[in-house]
Design a protein. Sequence first.
Length: 239
Amino acid sequence: MIDSESPDPELLELAFPYAMDAVSADERATIDQWVDASDAATAAAFDDTVRGVRETVAAMTVVDSVAPPADLENAILSAIDGSTDLRSRRPGWRWLVAAAALVVALGAGAGAVFFVDRDAEKITYDITAQLVHEQPDTRTRSAVVEGGGALLVTTSAQLGAATVNFDGVAAPVEGQAYQLWLVPPEGAPRSVGVLGQLPAADTPFVTRFHPADTLAITIEPLDGSPQPTSTPITTLDLG
């Protein structure tokens, strides 16, 4: 759970080369130690960035096996200073990496669309249900829903994404909605969706997740709640 502290920007700079294996084994070990010693906000932001980059790269890879531009690796590596001091890496290099990755996505006609948000300083992207279902590591599980029906969840640890289908579950009553939460082992639940009506079977709800998360659904007001206000009608461990 990200707290009110400000993430360490120096460490977050390294999340991109870390995720793309553009660091040496010694540097990776140093970064791991740095993350372990960081505050909760920085560690969570670092993990989110690494997961986002890897999911995007994985999405591009599985949609269309198109070789990346020959100079992509050189562009990435040249954007990193040769110094062994991790804190000395140039602060602006992440945009070059993101731009190079975007070239790969456009060249492959990838179904996972993403862009660099310079204001939020993060990568945003979209992963489709079809993409999740096409992964070789997909796993489908079900959980009984209080009041009838079941939740069918298909996960891909490789993408860090899941699809959610409501099988035989009654629609929420007027003025209420089903709210989906990802619950970490420690910290508060994080809302990932408010459903005033259930999605069709062929267009399941899609969410990203962390392997340690538990998916929970509560009944909330139509516009959702900042935190759960009722007992979950079902839960499912995603790991």
